[in-house]
Design a binder for this molecule. Structure first.
Ligand SMILES: [Zn+2]
Length: 279
């Protein structure tokens, strides 16, 4: 197929560059590059139709092309990459609580897995935000550099202003960056990774019950309804699912799970929901 040749082909197994064109509005959102050996030339002043995202190879090793969609309080980039050119838009968020990094390998491995799945790149456009709270990750804290829980800073009706959740919705730069990306992208599905003490499950908001069930069947995780969890005012899930009506899955790995184990346990389920695969 012409489109396969243009994009390097689904059989490229991750060792050939895969270039992806972003919608004009998204191109404008991506603000320069970040990450060793994986920068692109597209930035705020780049032509709107510049081809960005995708992959590069350095010394024979496949690397995503990361770009910053924003900057944290501490000056760290919120890195994003994009794979595929299919009609189904999926946004993957590798983490939002800095002390919950059990899903880090899943985020790192997902691009490779997608590149090796026949036909996947023609079915889905996958945007990956590596970490929505890079300061928290660097510090090993739940909140960002100002101690704000970014998963309470979204403009849902349940938002509660205080110094731990932010005094107003989106008053934290990390939350604003993700908000702007989601508004521009209007994904068909958002997946966000967390970790929970002493348990693992998949939670959902918005019209995602069937997807959550599909994830549960493939992973052995159970579906935990939102109303069975502690209140989460102003959470990403309540805004994306409740306010925008976009399906969002929250994957809760068990705290302390070895990240490679977490990936192996859930990779089939992840692929099934990312590709909307009913097999
Ligand atoms: Zn969490």
């Amino acid at each position: 197929m012409a489109s396969d040749r243009q994009h390097g082909g689904d059989s490229g197994v991750g060792y050939r560059p895969v270039m992806v064109r972003l919608p004009r509005v998204l191109t404008a959102l991506l603000v320069g590059c970040a990450g060793p050996g994986a920068c692109t030339t597209a930035g705020r002043n780049a032509p709107a139709d510049d081809a960005i995202g995708g992959t590069v190879t350095v010394d024979g090793v496949w690397l995503p092309r990361w770009q910053a969609i924003g900057t944290s309080h501490g000056g760290r980039p919120l890195r994003a990459t994009r794979l595929g050119h299919g009609p189904r838009r999926v946004l993957w968020i590798g983490g939002i609580h800095g002390d919950e990094r059990e899903g880090a390998v899943a985020t790192a491995q997902l691009p490779h897995r997608l590149l090796t799945e026949p036909g996947a790149l023609a079915r889905v456009t996958l945007t990956i935000v590596e970490d929505a709270n890079p300061d928290g990750t660097a510090q090993g804290t739940r909140g960002n550099a100002r101690g704000v829980d970014l998963n309470r800073n979204y403009p849902a009706p349940s938002f509660q202003p205080n110094r731990f959740f932010g005094m107003a919705p989106l008053d934290q730069p990390e939350a604003r960056a993700l908000h702007d990306l989601i508004v521009a992208e209007r994904p068909h599905l958002v997946v966000v990774l967390h970790a929970w003490r002493g348990d693992h499950f998949v939670n959902y908001d918005g019209p995602a019950a069937a997807l959550a069930q599909r994830f549960a069947v493939r992973s052995g995780y159970r579906v935990q309804p939102s109303d069975g969890i502690a209140p989460t005012p102003g959470s990403l899930g309540s805004w994306v699912g409740g306010t925008l009506g976009i399906p969002i899955l929250t994957i809760e790995y068990e705290r302390g799970t070895e990240p490679w184990t977490a990936w192996f346990d859930t990779r089939a389920a992840i692929l099934a929901v990312v590709l909307d695969d009913e097999r």
